[in-house]
Design a binder for this molecule. Sequence first.
Ligand code: ZN
Length: 506
Amino acid sequence: MTLRLFNTLTRQLEEFAPLAPPKVTLYTCGPTVWNYAHIGNFRTFVFEDVLRRYLEYSGYQVLHVMNLTDVDDRTIAAANRAGVSLAAHTAPYVEAFFADRDYLRLEPATHYPRATALIPQMVALIERLLQRGVAYQGDDGSVYFAIEKFPTYGRLSRVERRDLKAGARVSSDEYAKEDARDFVLWKAARPEDEQAGAAWDAPFGRGRPGWHLECSAMAQHFLGDTLDLHAGGVDLIFPHHEDEIAQSEAATGRPFVRCWLHGEFLLVDDTKMSKRYGNFVTVRDLRDDGRDPSALRYLLCSTHYRKQLNFTRDALEAAAAGAQRLGEFRQRLVRAVGQEAAGAGAAGEGGLGALSGALEREFGAAMDDDLDAPRAVAALMNFVRDANRALDGGGASRAERERALQVFDRTTAVLQVVPGETRVGRVEAPTAPPQEPQRIAPPAAGEDLETWARRMAEARARARGRRDWQAADEARRLLAQHGFEVRDTKDGAVELRPAGARSKPA
Ligand SMILES: [Zn+2]
């Protein structure tokens, strides 16, 4: 069996084939840190975690990037409402997200870039789009993407071309399909942006990036032009992911993502769980309730990620009972492994050895089938029932008991549905895949020096990303020659300034 995944782009199940196995590049859209993430958001994050862990279970090395959206319409509005700066407002929600991540046993991503830390990369991407003639500056000072210049716009979300309103513009970060029009890449700074400290200088005017652009720039920076996998909730298909494709492909001329995966909504009493409807339960509510996270994970794994799930307290209780059953069985298995007495080793059907082999096969077959976690959970529960019987019979040899525990731990570690101690799966630290090197050369005759410098700073950052120290040093040397100094800040940002300048006035 090989892994097959449902690709939203083609609306088909496709055999998973990464560009450079065993490495897999995965980008998942992270939280917007204007408030606490709700359980609906975490349904998506858990689905992505199961995907990541199953890829690792299958022998892949996953380079996983999840962004933190710390500048967009909502974060700025929330910061202004609270009367604090953007950075001050978002910091506690970033911390809260990481705490919720650890509580829910989400395997940490390789990188968590904050949008505000990669502004130079975003500016460089917009410049490329302007140079290619697919972006333009509106009379309001903002920069827009011209959808008519990108003929395949609408392919992911299947927006009809006749519904596109080319030339008409939308400047908000979130909008509906009825508003499929030129979307904003860079929003000219308004007084409220300045007030929140959410404005940056750029050759095309002071402002801040559009939400969609942020993801394109961050994905490209860490993962290269073409990604193996990009995942998110279904609500991101339009416009967010549609716009990501347009921006990335118009800039690079290459396919942006080979396979798009989207998780369905979590409903509460058949209403989409959202802050807008005021029906959100936060993960911290569950934690404060003293819930073991395995209950929620079991609940989420009991419905396929492409089906809607109705969240109720009763469903959570039932899931907690299921997780409890798995936990009790594991304790029994651990005790059985510790016991000296060796049985006769009842082989064949019903024997513990045969049952372990069957679990491994059924678990793999279920997960290979577009991550059919409900079927995988069913296989685990069947195993618990049959293995309990085998242990009652007392016939299993010590080797069989050990193998049963090993298979049980390996499979449950993918789903993380057993209460108690967290057993984090294998975490590799893969290096970045090779990227198209950007030409590192002195400015061309007549080229704007600042634009060139920003491009060189970006080329240097990318060279460092792929551990090409020689190229990175060359970029730094050229920049110094032309009076620029680059510095890497602690949060991963790159600072570019005239050599000899001080970062802060003394
Ligand atoms: Zn995104």
